[in-house]
Structures are given as structure tokens and as C-alpha cells.
Write a protein that binds this ligand. Structure first.
Ligand code: HEM
Length: 409
């Protein structure tokens, strides 16, 4: 590999870096913490303070739907307009006053009390999944455990019927491939995503009509009924909320659990400490796992007007990528940041973002991770990584292991 300092620009997005991006994050932070990345046409922010302050800075906008529009050829734009309209309603891509209104409406449906009422069901799901893994088994813990748990939780919460969950997951993933594709790749995914969205809307039209007639104990019913300041969600906003909550909530949590379990297996002293004092250390394990391998690596914003930020002049309309994974390894905020330490205090990581768009599902994600780690200690105390080399998905937006091959001991 070329020494970092000899590279003409920081090749942040090339695959060989993705396995372990932290040396590059360190270099960026030390040499040019607010860096203009010419090949990507965007700014990269790596310092903790800059990320923390930038995420609550009103001079940045979250609305970047025009980025999708501009990247598509004219003749395609019209065909995929319903997709663009849908994506523009994702809460994460909205600014005030729309954002505050949407957030108020979903907060009504997403209270900590409601989330806590899910604990017994999540424990039951965890036990059911671990029952399938026998002592001495070799398996991929992601497919057997880390992936099905959050996906089932979010589908049950939303109220997606069991027999439609696979189709729902596949269709939302096709929409996600569009939303996470870089500029030139967008057009390759647009028509497929528009097609998948058609299927999703068809499904939601029926489910929403059912809930309007007879509400149930699920998020879909809560979203249908949610009212704040005399306002409700329109049907289009409701569909966008369901698709986005599913997308935002399942893969992120899968990766949070998987990276935490990986780190525990790679640091037997920490795993032993957790086993010896689960009640005292499980919350610290959750927070340290989120900091150490932040599952969402970046939060993207757009400059509303010309501005000076971190000593650099940012032009109106330019994209700014706050690298949460880099901020969470900033030595100025976290002493010995590359050490996995489940007793770390304070641990004010930004894995859930910060400011107005702070993760809506943070309470749920933390709870699922805690229940998963508790069960790991209880049910698989001797679990170990196999000799297989660990590989990460070749994408910059999320930090995701491809597989977590283990022997259960
Ligand atoms: C470990 C798991 C998770 C991580 C690391 C995570 C991370 C994040 C981050 C960094 C943001 C802010 C993005 C930004 O500022 O642009 C965010 C927003 C969001 N997250 Fe999560 N998330 C997780 C789990 C969940 C879950 C379980 C749900 C829902 C069930 C969820 C729903 C959302 C929503 C709706 C937003 C947008 C909030 C807004 O724009 O106001 N997330 N998440």
C-alpha cells in the first residue's frame, strides 16, 4: 500500500482502505481536519469538535434531494419522479419547519415508554435465535443472530405481516441502493428503486387502509393516528416514514451488535470483565462498541450559503461529510482512542449523530444491543472468532462486517 503521506489526495473511498479506515482518518484529522476532497467534490470533516459543532450549525442544511435530481439524466428524471418525491419526504433529508413537524409526529409514536415495553419480546426473540446455535457449532453470527434480531423487531413494531417481510426487506433495500449510491452510480439504481417503491406503496396503501379502519398496537397505527398541533402525516409522509424507519433501524443495529461482539472476542480481557460484572458493565460495552466501530460512518449536510467553517471557506451548495467514525476516534476527545475499553468514562460519542437529527431510534438500538450482549454472556460465554479473516462491506456510509464467523465453544 502507498504510504498515506505520498498520496496525491486522500483516497478515502477506495476498497483497500475500508477494512481499517482509522489511519486515514487520523491523517486527515492531523493534517487537514476540514479537507476539500476534489475527486469526490465534497468536504470531509474528521475532528470531534468540528463534527459536534457542525451537526448543530444552522448554516448547514439536511435537504439534499437536489443532489439526486442533478445526478440523473433529463429523460430519466421524469420516469423516476415518484421516487424523488418519496425520498424528499425522508425525515433525515428535511429541514425546519418540515423536520420539526415530522419529528413531533413520530415522537408521539416512538416514546421511550413504548420502546421499553418491547423488552420482554426482544428477550424472547434473542433466546429463540440463540436456541438454534448449539454448543460447538461454527456459524456466521450475523446471519444467525445480529441480522434477524433487529429486522424482526422493526417489522413487528411497524406491523408488517410475517408473510410479507421478505418482500418488504428486499424492496426497501432496492430503494436504499439508490439513496446510498454515489453520484455517477445513481442512475444505475434509479429505475430499479422506482420500481421497488411502486411495490412498497402498493403494500402500504392496503396496510394503512386496514389500520385506519381498525387500529392495532403497532407503529403503523400509531403513525396513522399521530397528531401534533392539529396536524397529521399525509399518506405520502406516512409511507416515507415507514420505509425510512425500517432502513435506518435494522442494518445499523445489526452492525452495532456485530461490531460489539467482534470487539469483545478480540479483547478477551474486556469480555472477561463483562462476564464478571454484566450489570455494571453492559451499558459501557454498548457505548464503547458504538464509539469503537461507529456503525454509521458519516452524516452529510449541504452549506446553505457561503460560509467559513473550521478555517475553510465553504461555498453555498457544497456537500460536507461529517465523518462520525473519525470523530469517535479523535484523541483530543477520547484518550487512547484505538483501545476498546468498556469502562471508558466519559464516552460522549457521536455514533447517533447530534443536533436536530439525532437518531430517533437511539433508545431502541441501545436496548437491543444491551439485551444481545447480556444474552451473549449468558448463552455463549466461550464464543470465539474462527481463523477466517474478517472482511468489511466495501462502502463508506456504514461500518459493516460481511460475516462474523465464530465457534461457540
Ligand atoms: C446502532 C444503531 C443505530 C445507529 C448507529 C444510528 C445512527 C444514526 C445517525 C448517526 C443518525 C443521524 C444522521 C444525520 O444526522 O444525518 C440517525 C438518524 C435516524 N435514525 Fe438512527 N441509528 C441506529 C438505529 C436506529 C433505529 C433502531 C431506528 C428506528 C427504529 C433509527 C431511526 C433513525 C431515524 C428515523 C433517523 C432520522 C432522524 C431525523 O432526521 O430526525 N435508527 N441514526
Amino acid at each position: 500500500m502507498i504510504p498515506l503521506t505520498e498520496e496525491p489526495d486522500y483516497r478515502l473511498f477506495c476498497e483497500e482502505r475500508l477494512g481499517y479506515p482509522y489511519p486515514l482518518f487520523d491523517l486527515l484529522r492531523a493534517e487537514d481536519p476540514v479537507h476539500w476532497c476534489a475527486p469526490m467534490n465534497l468536504w470531509l470533516v474528521t475532528g470531534y469538535d468540528d463534527c459536534f459543532n457542525g451537526l448543530r450549525d444552522d448554516r448547514f442544511s439536511s435537504d439534499r434531494t437536489d443532489m439526486y435530481v442533478q445526478a440523473l439524466p433529463d429523460e430519466m428524471r421524469e420516469r423516476v419522479q415518484p421516487l424523488l418525491d418519496h425520498v424528499s419526504k425522508w425525515i433525515q433529508l428535511t429541514d425546519d419547519p418540515v423536520h420539526t413537524r415530522l419529528r413531533k409526529l413520530v415522537n408521539v409514536a416512538f416514546t421511550p415508554k413504548m420502546i421499553r415495553s418491547l423488552i420482554p419480546r426482544i428477550e424472547e426473540l434473542v433466546d429463540g435465535l440463540l436456541d438454534e446455535i448449539k454448543p460447538g457449532d461454527s456459524c456466521d453470527l450475523i446471519t444467525q443472530f445480529c441480522q434477524p434480531l433487529p429486522a424482526t423487531v422493526i417489522c413487528e413494531m411497524l406491523g408488517i405481516p410475517v408473510e410479507e417481510r421478505d418482500a418488504f426487506r428486499v424492496m426497501t433495500e432496492r430503494v436504499m441502493h439508490f439513496s446510498t449510491a454515489g453520484g455517477p452510480n445513481l442512475k444505475n439504481h434509479a429505475e430499479d428503486a422506482a420500481d421497488a417503491l411502486g411495490g412498497l406503496i402498493f403494500m402500504f396503501e392496503r396496510l394503512v387502509a386496514e389500520r385506519r379502519k381498525s387500529p392495532r398496537e403497532d407503529l403503523l397505527s400509531a403513525f396513522v393516528q399521530a397528531e401534533a398541533d392539529g396536524e397529521r402525516l399525509s399518506n405520502e409522509e406516512l409511507y416515507a416514514m415507514c420505509v425510512f424507519v425500517f432502513l435506518a433501524g435494522h442494518e445499523t443495529t445489526t452492525n452495532g451488535i456485530a461490531s460489539g461482539v467482534m470487539a469483545l472476542m478480540q479483547h478477551p480481557d474486556q469480555f472477561d470483565a463483562l462476564k464478571a460484572n454484566v450489570d455494571g458493565l453492559v451499558r459501557g460495552t454498548v457505548e464503547e462498541s458504538l464509539r469503537y466501530e461507529s456503525p454509521v460512518t458519516r452524516a452529510v449536510r449541504k452549506a446553505r450559503a457561503d460560509m467559513v467553517f473550521g478555517g475553510k471557506t465553504i461555498k453555498a451548495g457544497q456537500l460536507v461529510v461529517f465523518l462520525l467514525g473519525a470523530a469517535d476516534r479523535d484523541p483530543a476527545q477520547f484518550p487512547e482512542p484505538d483501545t476498546f475499553d468498556i469502562t471508558r468514562t466519559p464516552n460522549r460519542h457521536v455514533a447517533f449523530g447530534f443536533g436536530a437529527h439525532f437518531c430517533l431510534g437511539a433508545v431502541l438500538a441501545r436496548m437491543e444491543m444491551e439485551i444481545a450482549f447480556r444474552a451473549l454472556v449468558r448463552r455463549l460465554p466461550n464464543v470465539k472468532l474462527t481463523d477466517e479473516t474478517l472482511a468489511w462491506k466495501p462502502t463508506m456510509g456504514i461500518r459493516a462486517l460481511v460475516k462474523l464467523p465464530v465457534v461457540t465453544g
